[in-house]
Design a protein around this ligand. Structure first.
Ligand code: HEC
Length: 158
């Protein structure tokens, strides 16, 4: 039995409507929710499946495929890199080629630059220098130490 007192309350019908609306929304959410959780499960799985190889690829970009720095040193001369970049990859003002020993780029960046340079440098296709040779060249360049800073040269600190 409804009490006439409450029925007369002007707020009551508003409140009832609100409650009804909320329960409609609730039942909708309840129907949709199983689908949402399946979806988020699939999404989480997808993130795991796709993110891990990416993370691995990013890690490996600094360590090129099994490489041989000794062979890379020979290739650096044989393939003509030294003509512009200098024998130790130190760069040369005459050619405008920057220091690339040691390389500041990741192996991926290095590889894509050599394949498609932006300015003066000529491009080297995979036929001219196979990926493996490029990995060896990269390993050679990585083995070159950075030049010491002035303050680290004993002669200059006398
Ligand atoms: C004809 C001259 C020339 C030769 C040969 C040459 N380079 Fe270059 N390289 C350049 C110049 C000049 C640049 C500066 C950017 C530009 O103009 O493309 C450069 C830039 C680069 C860069 C980008 C450096 C950076 O930190 O942005 C890499 C990496 C590189 N060279 C690698 C090589 C390798 C490896 C070889 C041999 C396979 C080679 N280059 C042969 C002239 C040369």
């Amino acid at each position: 039995m409804s009490s006439p007192n409450l029925d007369k309350n002007p707020d009551r019908s508003k409140r009832e409507k609100r409650v009804k609306r909320i329960s409609i929304v609730n039942s909708f959410v309840c129907r949709v929710e199983p689908r949402i959780s399946t979806f988020s499960l699939v999404l989480t799985a997808a993130i795991f499946v796709f993110a891990f190889p990416v993370a691995r690829a990013q890690q490996s970009s600094d360590t090129p495929p099994a490489s041989n720095a000794q062979n890379g040193k020979k290739l650096f001369v044989a393939d003509g890199c030294y003509e512009c970049h200098g024998r130790e990859g130190q760069g040369a003002t005459q050619t405008g080629a920057p220091r690339i020993g040691p390389p500041q780029l990741s192996f991926d960046g290095f590889q894509s630059y050599v394949r498609k340079p932006m300015n003066q440098m000529p491009p080297y296709t995979g036929k001219a220098i196979p990926d493996q040779d490029l990995a060896d060249i990269y390993a050679f360049l990585k083995s070159i130490p950075m030049p010491p800073k002035g303050k680290d040269i004993p002669l200059l600190n006398k």
